[in-house]
Design a protein around this ligand. Sequence first.
Ligand code: F6R
Length: 236
Amino acid sequence: MKFIKVDTYNELSREAALVIASQLKSKPDSVLGLATGSSPVGTYRELIKMYENGELDFSSARSVNLDEYVGLSPEDTQSYAFFMRTNLFDHVNIKKENTNIPNGIAEDLDAECRRYDKLVLELGGVDLQLLGIGTDGHIGFNEPDSVFSKLTHTVRLAQSTIDSNARFFESADKVPTTAITVGMMTIMQARSVLLVANGPSKRDILNKALNGPITPEIPASILQLHPHVTVIYSEN
Ligand code: F6R
C-alpha cells in the first residue's frame, strides 16, 4: 500500500488526478471505477483542466460508478448520475454510452444488481477504482456489517451516512435510506485502487481501516488485502 500525505485538498486533488491520467495514458480504453461525494470533486476538476489543456483524452475510456440512491432518477439533481454529469462527464469527451451507473429507479432492484455485476464482468473488470471513505469506514455504500458483501446489492444506509450526506439535501429526512452499491468483489478485483480522503473527520477511520484488524465492521479494512492500493490523505 502506498500512503501519500499532503497538506491541502488542492494537492490531494492534483495527485489523484495524476494517478488517473497516468492510467488513461497507459491504457486509453481503461475501465475507471468512479465515486461521488465531496472527496473526488477536486480530482474531477483537475481531470477536466487536463482535458481542456489537451493533455488527456477520454474518448475510449469506460466508467462504472460505485453506487446510486434507490428512488432517485438520473434527472434528479441529488442523484449520483446527475452528480457525475455535472462534475465530470459533461466537461470531458467521454462517450455517454460508455458511462455506467446503477439504476436507482429500476423496477426490479435485484435484477438491476445482477445486470450491474454482469456488466462489470463483460467490461473485463475495473482497471482503476477511485474511492472515498465514509466516517464509519464504508467504501461504495458497503456499510459496516457482520460479513463483507461480495456482489452488487441494495443496502440500508447507516444513520451516520444519512447524517453526513444530509448536507447535500434540504434536510436529513430527504436523504434516501437505501442505495445500490457494488460489492467488495468489484472493488477488490480492480487492478488498482486509489482512495482519497481529506479533513480531520477522516483521520481516525482511515487509521483504523489501514492499520487495524481486517473486519466487515470497518469495510475499508479489506483494502489491506489488495496488492495495489494508493491512499492520498490531506489534513485539510
Ligand atoms: C460515493 C461513495 C461513498 C463516499 C463516502 C465519502 O460514491 O461511494 O463511499 O465516497 O461516503 O463521502 P465524502 O467524500 O462526501 O466524504
